[in-house]
Design a protein around this ligand. Structure first.
Ligand code: URA
Ligand code: SF4
Length: 196
């Protein structure tokens, strides 16, 4: 797919998300947070759900965790504009509660379509929640033994129409208050250099 088609298809997803009522979260969110970045990105970062800052701006990872994510991206020699950033859930759960399984299942089709359009070489699932759900949904449930064991390891997902790898990384929000975690997160992220 050429870049123009990709942009058109992603715009269609955005329109659908704006009008989406597939789960109750549409009623309490301010703005949906669809995704930002390069429509031809080789690397896609996926968090769990928008927080308060994201809900107010419509931009994923725009708060404190986002600053750490920017550092991670820069540590492999890239900028935010070179990658694609989104979440499993496009609408913020009220009060940042954990999204329930029904909400995640209702929303994941948008993420799967974003992946099929952009065709990243590698998807970074950030944090235990996103990693757990993504591994399960993307045919890697048998590899799921906890993020503390598999962070930084790449796996081949059999779920897509093309070969894509998945890696789990610690969530940047954890790294905002734990410098050790930040060190591990940046170390793990160096695997991404192979996919630039
Ligand atoms: N945490 C997430 O998982 N996603 C965001 O967009 C912001 C914070
Ligand atoms: Fe639709 Fe996803 Fe928002 Fe639920 S979270 S209303 S499924 S876009």
């Amino acid at each position: 797919m050429n870049i123009q088609n990709k942009t058109e298809q992603l715009k269609k997803i955005k329109d659908e998300v704006v009008a989406c009522t597939k789960c109750p979260l549409f009623a309490t969110r301010t703005l949906p947070v669809v995704g930002v970045g390069n429509h031809d990105a080789h690397i896609m970062f996926v968090g769990e759900a928008p927080g308060a800052n994201e809900d107010a701006t419509g931009v994923p990872f725009c708060g404190r965790a986002g600053k750490i994510l920017d550092e991670v991206i820069e540590s492999v020699g890239l900028k935010r504009e070179n990658v694609y950033i989104c979440n499993v859930l496009k609408c913020r759960p009220p009060g940042n509660r954990d999204p329930n399984p029904m909400e995640k299942l209702a929303c994941v089709d948008y993420l799967k379509r974003q992946i099929e359009i952009i065709q990243p070489k590698i998807i970074c699932a950030m944090g235990n929640h996103a990693a757990g759900f993504i591994f399960e949904q993307f045919g890697l449930g048998d590899k799921l033994v906890g993020i503390s064991k598999i962070h930084g390891q790449t796996f081949d997902s059999p779920s897509f129409s093309y070969p894509v790898k998945i890696v789990s990384l610690y969530h940047p929000a954890v790294a905002t208050y734990n410098p050790n975690m930040k060190k591990v997160l940046i170390e793990d992220a160096q695997v991404l250099k192979k996919f630039i």
